[in-house]
Design a protein around this ligand. Structure first.
Ligand SMILES: O=C(O)C1=C[C@@H](OP(=O)(O)O)[C@@H](O)[C@H](O)C1
Ligand SMILES: C=C(OP(=O)(O)O)C(=O)O
Length: 404
């Protein structure tokens, strides 16, 4: 089951290609709502995107300038990565997004940009940046316990600030740290000097190198297809699984093993075989929080209790995922309860019903996983999956047809 490119890598690469010192080529990017919105936003600021026959993009940087209106959709990577880049543009740039996007935390990024010298009006979507064509940059201390994207966004553009950027974190632990490692690694592969310490990141001012990028498959989206094997006792192989990666989704190998699956990484890719019955587990997903909906769906079908810890901040994801998962599992007859930093799921026989997606792609795919084994489950908004997978229903059908 081949899966499309990584959202997180694609949107980092698009920002770096837009800020680079010459034209870049991006092979195998994800083309879904989040990444198309990123490309559209950068185009509206003066960057040129040319479609390649192989599905990639050639990206030619331009002098960034407004006026422009940026639609962030529901994409955390657009709303947190783009404003730090737009801060070096000249002119007025207005940002807005989907209704729920207006509720996602933004004030940390906007406050940081203000203290680095930007003129920003607003503390959440919608907001407006008025730029002069450059930004002083320098040191800033933020509380990034709400999202690793606050740090990643500042680092991605920091090399283009006059003094570079030094970001210090002060607060509860930063979630989703592999995503910051991904940011640092991506910057370094574009020739940017980055130094890191405990809760400290420094990006030297300097050029961002134009280059050819190859985007890995999206391992977090792959977890949904692997979960299909896990819950049905079947077998699924995802090809081109990287042997070394900063993607948080790689943690699924260990998670599925702990739940009783056989997991094998070979030249063919990652192969998962499901057991007769999955086992529940006690797991801290602080580093891999975007896997919570997949793990919760597996847990709802497992034997024994599952405790998911360390994910308080996912109340600020596409929806309040802790509340949404508990509501939807219980609506099908399950036994899930919210905790302060996660949820507890106890085994219970599930029945059919409507699983609500709350416009959240990972809620929708969690419902699809449960629907494979519980008759009569329908997901109310499968279209929300286009956020990070262009054709989830087509891929799901293809997987099931192959299995028959
Ligand atoms: O930088 C990124 O690409 C992401 C960082 C993480 O965000 P949080 O730190 O808000 O969890 C992750 O959950 C999200 O899906 C993608
Ligand atoms: C949290 C997620 O997305 P975003 O990039 O919009 O924050 C996600 O994809 O699980």
């Amino acid at each position: 089951m081949p899966v499309p490119g990584s959202k997180s890598i694609t949107n980092r690469v698009l920002v770096l290609a837009a800020l680079a010192d010459g034209p870049s080529t991006v092979h195998a990017p994800l083309r879904s709502r989040d990444t198309v919105l990123m490309a559209a936003a950068l185009s509206s600021l003066g960057v040129t995107f040319t479609d390649r026959e192989d599905g990639g993009w050639d990206v030619t940087p331009g002098l960034l300038r407004g006026p422009a209106d940026v639609d962030c959709g529901l994409a955390g990577t657009v709303m947190r990565f783009l404003p730090p880049a737009a801060a070096i543009a000249e002119g007025e740039i207005r940002f807005d997004g989907d209704p729920h996007a207006r509720k996602r935390p933004m004030s940390t990024v906007l406050g940081a940009l203000r203290s680095l010298g930007a003129d920003v009006e607003g503390d959440a979507l919608p907001f407006t940046l008025r730029g002069t064509g450059s930004l002083p940059g320098g040191e800033v201390t933020i509380d990034a316990s709400g999202s690793s994207q606050f740090v990643s966004g500042l680092l991605l553009s920091g090399a283009r600030y006059d003094k570079g950027v030094t970001v210090r974190h002060d607060g509860k632990p930063v979630p989703s740290l592999p995503h910051i490692d991904m940011t640092v690694e991506t910057l370094r592969s574009a020739g940017v000097r980055v130094e890191t310490g405990a809760n400290l990141w420094h990006v030297e001012p300097g050029p961002i190198a134009a280059r050819t990028w190859h985007v890995e498959p999206d391992l977090s989206n792959a977890t949904v297809f692997l979960a299909a094997a896990a819950v049905t006792g079947g077998e699924v192989t995802v090809p081109h699984w990287p042997s070394v990666t900063t993607q948080a989704g790689d943690a699924v190998r260990d998670i599925l093993r702990r739940m009783g699956c056989s997991v094998e990484l070979s030249e063919q890719g990652l192969t998962v075989r499901g057991p007769e019955k999955l086992s529940g587990l006690d797991i801290d997903l602080h580093d891999e929080s975007e896997l919570t909906p997949t793990v919760a769906a597996l847990a709802a079908l497992a034997e024994g209790r599952t405790i998911i810890r360390g994910v308080a901040h996912i109340r600020g994801h596409e929806t309040d995922r802790i509340a949404a998962l508990v509501n939807e599992i219980n609506a099908l007859g399950g036994t899930a309860t919210e905790t302060e930093d996660g949820l507890i799921i106890d085994p219970a026989p599930l029945h059919g019903g409507v699983w609500k997606a709350y416009a959240d792609h990972r809620m929708a795919t969690a419902g699809a996983i449960i629907g494979l084994v519980v008759p009569g489950v329908s997901v109310d908004d499968i279209g929300s999956t286009t956020k990070t997978i262009p054709d989830f229903p087509g891929m799901w059908d293809a997987m099931l047809t192959e299995a028959r």
